[in-house]
Design a binder for this molecule. Structure first.
Ligand SMILES: [Zn+2]
Ligand SMILES: [Zn+2]
Length: 656
């Protein structure tokens, strides 16, 4: 019997292909079941290859009646593996619905099922502003791959633009993909689309069940779904005749995957659009410096909707000096009367603090002991409601000690403030007013996010307390006062992109506030003279980002240089440091790249694994790829140390 030989990608960290044979012809992109090191794995056929001069194992089973990935997706996935220097098998696996990652799941051929997705007659549409009209007509005129950076301030009517663009692209018989950075943003946008379009609208993210995710995948493949809303894992759902990609809140770091394949959804979406020769819209009230730089260097189209739909002015922006303030739950008590006045007018107050729990540090009054996680190099956060100490990195729970484990004293002090503490203190202070907390703890149960959002929209005067979740893309009405509590952390951060992230966060919080002349945002700070804060005070993000781009160019920071972080995780600190030192030596011997490190990562230990990195700076991405190829070759020559997990993070958004 004649055998065919195949290079197969397997979901293991090994960056190589494996040869198997079969008596059947199998198309690239198909899933197969194979045996590997006495385990059964789902592999992906990459290409056929000649008979090798070693003994091969037979493919156990062909799991697809037709390839899971169409040719275009297949090519783009191979590109991702090369671009991010990651194992091809893991890349393929990453973009499959969980069911299709299972070895016992055989995929039958999916029949075409054309549905009639169209506007619901009589559904509410809005009169467009001249800016909205301009944006829609310009994007509609896009021919082929034509990226648009869309700057639209909060309440400038971006969702209406997406809805009308979707209608126009549906009429051209194409499908539309809308990506948002976080699951918490999906309900609102999904409802807007559901109230406008009939037919199946796909919703895909990791909180949906395996069954729901597979059905969504199937509906895309059959043509039943023409509109898809999802997070970064939906990038390779097999939408038929994809005609437009919209990436909402493009600046958001959540578009970058921080574990496994460290890909940027934005770069991958741009690549998909380029490969399929279709338009793509990257939209934000605070476009990333990377996006703005692409407008300069690659001539990407830049469109702006700089005003709010109803002509409201943005709120005024006040830097509030807290160096000598008396605080309660982190808030300067002199601000309490302003909170009261806002409530009395029947309006809402939004308090932003990027720290959940009650207090981020418990320590002994008598000695130097403080509560740390046994597995991670972080302090434990006290959660009062559950009366536990919780590690926010490994999620390990600890009992609150009765006595100090070091000196047996029974007196402890809680330092710092979390959203839970603000909630409980302000409940006492403003007894009549509903207090709504919006953070991971109040939204993690199924359905609780929707409940919190409904509670906010149903109440008139209220105090909303939230972490970064509250700053993202939600549309709250009647918020007239915003108070930002811990922006100083962003000012003193070590991350090269800290000021960019801080400016985006502040402008996003401002976006949640203000519909009237009296609305304002107060930023508590111990650095009221800070140059950046004062420049941001004008509330003009584009002007600020231009200034920041100038600074980053001068300081040779991204996006004007390219950075690769080689990260390691290991139980053996010395082994990983020497592994990184070897990489540094080989980089310095063979390239012009500039290295910093190896250094301990700021979060030096998580789940008992030490984390270190080596930062490699090159003048551009092309040079970085050359440098990484050399590193790969050098590592290939040394015996790979199984004790060290290592990964490459290309242009990281997070340096923790
Ligand atoms: Zn003690
Ligand atoms: Zn921990």
């Amino acid at each position: 019997m004649q055998n065919f030989y195949y290079s197969v990608a397997l979901p293991t960290p090994l960056r190589q292909l494996f040869t198997y044979h079969s008596s059947t012809k199998i198309a690239p992109g198909s899933r197969v079941a194979v045996s590997f090191n006495r385990r059964n794995l789902v592999g992906f056929i990459i290409k056929s290859c000649p008979k090798p001069n070693f003994k091969t194992i037979e493919i156990k089973e062909i799991l697809d009646k037709e390839p899971t990935f169409d040719n275009e997706s297949f090519q783009t996935l191979i590109w991702i593996a090369n671009y991010y220097h990651h194992s091809i098998g893991e890349v393929f696996n990453n973009f499959l619905p969980p069911k299709l990652r299972k070895i016992n799941f055989v995929l039958e051929k999916i029949a075409n099922s054309e549905t009639n997705t169209q506007v619901i007659k009589g559904s509410k549409t809005y009169d467009l502003t001249p800016d909205q009209k301009n944006v829609i007509s310009q994007i509609q005129q896009s021919k082929g791959f034509d990226p648009t950076i869309l700057h639209g301030v909060t309440s400038s009517g971006k969702t209406e633009v997406y809805l009308q663009l979707t209608e126009k692209f549906l009429k051209q018989d194409t499908s539309i993909m809308i990506l948002v950075p976080e699951i918490s943003l999906t309900p609102q946008i999904y409802e807007r689309f559901r109230s406008r379009f009939k037919g199946n609208i796909g919703l895909y993210h990791s909180k949906r069940t395996d069954k729901e995710r597979f059905e969504c995948w199937q509906d895309c493949k059959s043509g039943n779904t023409r509109i898809l809303i999802g997070t970064r894992s939906s990038l390779f759902l097999p939408l038929q005749k994809l005609g437009l990609i919209i990436l909402d809140e493009e600046h958001d770091p959540s578009f970058k995957q921080h574990e496994g394949v460290r890909f940027s959804s934005k770069n991958v979406a741009l690549k998909i659009a380029q490969d399929r020769d279709i338009p793509i819209v990257l939209s934000s009230a605070t476009p990333s410096l990377q996006a703005l730089e692409l407008v300069d260097s690659k001539n990407y189209k830049f469109l702006s909707m700089p005003t709010r739909i109803n002509g409201d002015l943005p709120p005024s922006f006040i830097l509030h000096d807290t160096r000598t303030a008396t605080k309660k739950a982190g808030i300067d008590i002199s601000l309490f009367p302003i909170i009261q006045k806002t409530i009395d007018r029947g309006k809402k107050v939004l308090i932003f603090l990027n720290q959940r729990g009650f207090a981020p540090l418990l320590s002994c009054n008598a000695c130097s002991w403080s509560a740390l996680c046994k597995n991670c190099s972080v302090k434990l956060v006290f959660h009062k409601e559950d009366n536990i100490l919780l590690c926010h990195k490994c999620q390990k729970k600890y009992e609150v000690p009765k006595k100090c484990p070091q000196c047996a004293s029974g007196k402890f002090h809680y330092y710092g403030v979390g959203t839970e503490q603000i909630e409980s203190e302000l409940k006492n202070e403003f007894k009549e007013t509903p207090l709504i907390r919006f953070d991971l703890d109040t939204t993690k149960k199924k359905g609780s996010l929707e409940d919190v959002l409904k509670k906010i929209s149903d109440s008139n005067s209220a105090i909303l307390v939230g972490t970064q979740m509250i700053a993202k893309g939600h549309d709250f009405s009647e918020v007239e006062l915003g108070i930002i509590l811990n922006c100083d952390q962003g000012l003193i951060s070590h991350e090269p992109n800290a000021i960019e992230k801080l400016s985006q966060l502040l402008i996003q919080v401002i976006g949640r506030v203000g519909r009237s002349g009296t609305s304002k945002v107060i930023i508590q700070t111990d650095y009221p003279d800070d140059k950046n804060l004062n420049a941001l005070k004008e509330g003009n993000y584009l002007r600020f980002s231009k200034y920041l781009l100038g600074e980053y160019k001068r300081l040779k920071l991204p996006p004007y240089v390219s950075i690769a972080l080689i990260r390691t995780k290991s139980k053996d600190l010395n082994a990983s440091m020497s592994f990184l030192r070897d990489i540094r030596s080989s980089v310095e011997a063979s390239t012009n790249a500039h290295c910093i490190g190896p250094l301990p990562a700021p979060l030096n230990k998580i789940k008992n694994l030490y984390r270190n990195y080596l930062l490699i700076k090159d003048k551009d991405l092309i040079e970085t790829h050359k440098t990484i190829s050399k590193i790969n070759a050098a590592i290939g020559k040394t015996i790979e140390d199984k004790k060290i997990q290592w990964s490459i993070d290309l242009n990281p958004s997070d340096y923790s």
